[in-house]
Design a binder for this molecule. Sequence first.
Ligand code: HEC
Ligand code: HEC
Ligand code: HEC
Length: 453
Amino acid sequence: MTVMPSLRLSPQDAEDVASYLVTLKKQEPSSYADASFMDDPNLKDEGKKWVRHFGCAGCHEISGLEEEGRIGTELTIEGSKPIERLDFALFTEIAQRGGTEPITDPDDLARLPEGPAKQPWYDQKGFFEHKLAEPNIWDKGKDKPETEKLRMPNLHLTKEQIRALTTFLLGSQENPLPPNYQYRPLDYRRDIQEGWWVIKKYNCMGCHQLIPGQKTSLMGMARYKDAQEQLPPKLLTEGARVDPEWLQRFLKNPSLSTTDTNRNGVRSYLQVRMPTFSFSENELGKLVRFFQALARQPFPYIPEEVPVLTAKETEMARSLFSSTAAPCLKCHATGDPTHDRFATAPNFLQARGRLKPDWMERWMLDPQAIAPGTSMPSGLFKRDNGHWVFSGPTPASFKGYDKDHTKLLVDYILQLTPEEQRRVGAAVGRSSAASGSSSGAKSTGNGGRGAPE
Ligand code: HEC
Ligand code: HEC
Ligand code: HEC
């Protein structure tokens, strides 16, 4: 599969890009070679057979062939293999006697570090040098069917490379170090290690911050200089933030839609687009485990039951949600196009099934600790009598309520309905109209850029 992702362009976007690319044309399409062989279905199956046989999937990610084993001999302890287990084939005697060199091809001969054999070479060193200089040498003089021939390709190594490789192989001995000195992680560190290969392959770090302090390519661009909230999200705590099943769905199809794909599934208000990559199932699994491991999350994830709020609790939560101290809908998208032109944060209706409640609470308590520089307000809650309580004014109904206000707000958001959100949005819009702003959209102030508070 190609590393080039799909940008899910609309036909118009694609036409514009194509029109531009056509201006760069160097050759007429009719001057390209005939490719009617592409329509022969048998050739494809024949090809797949050879891809398996030659183990292309050992080096290449090929969708559908993830489970193919490696075709080569294990080399971990190659240096301690007894000589009888190295198959010199028809040259066993020649190697023991010395004096005759079985390699005749001049290019391959030039690869032998010691030159053509004079002394006996029936040992590990002689075997490795000959194997690397001409990998199919042990087939010489034998009559084998195509599928039983040696498969290691000739890597066209130099003398110096073969000398170094032979030294490495001779040193690959059993028991080099006790196991506790070897780095073979079996825990979350293995998931991180494997995930990095995928992250590197697709250059995710060109757009996303994955390590504290790491700069992305986008951050260096002039247009984002004073528009941090227009950048793709930082992913340092992504595994703690979202449900892994949701994450897998998102990575597969970041538009989160089968019909309306010309958009970002979550942050529709961003100009930059999360591309659709053609990940194999194997890569998808690795990425999901990678994010969980990076945030030290238990895997698999078992979502907690969200308690259903009573009418009274809903009303209390709503008063926090719409508090003028930090009107939650101010920066967060609602689906209303006029409002969303200024949105800088996701729609709360997407929280259910996506966000982990623990992370939501931590985020509300101290967003700067999770995403330094974010415009999400800090200091919304304070510690009081062993509980987190809202810092702003609260209505009388809170008297005697002895649970965390953060938890109440999280539970409310996780059961928010479109009707409820519309009603709160309309009420907040009215109150800001009353306080002087002329419209609901205006109530998002300075483009929602919102310096904290
Ligand atoms: C030893 C590992 C290895 C094996 C085995 C291998 N390849 Fe490759 N292949 C590579 C590497 C590495 C590249 C990247 C370009 C390069 O370094 O040559 C590559 C590049 C390619 C490319 C060019 C891709 C591009 O877009 O530029 C094709 C096509 C290809 N390999 C096909 C195959 C096929 C088919 C097989 C099996 C018959 C195979 N390879 C076996 C390592 C391998
Ligand atoms: C061209 C820039 C770009 C590249 C490259 C890119 N992303 Fe993204 N990514 C985005 C944008 C923009 C968003 C916000 C999308 C949204 O909210 O719907 C995003 C969102 C995400 C999210 C967050 C989902 C959420 O809302 O919690 C994850 C996870 C993610 N990307 C993973 C990756 C991985 C893994 C790669 C590499 C394979 C990658 N991205 C490459 C731009 C990019
Ligand atoms: C000044 C703007 C602003 C206000 C007001 C605001 N937020 Fe946010 N909020 C943000 C930003 C920015 C983000 C991070 C966006 C991102 O990750 O792309 C965010 C993210 C969140 C998230 C995670 C969203 C997700 O889908 O990943 C939650 C939950 C949240 N805020 C809750 C609240 C609550 C509750 C309130 C009201 C008490 C509130 N916010 C008020 C700007 C704001």
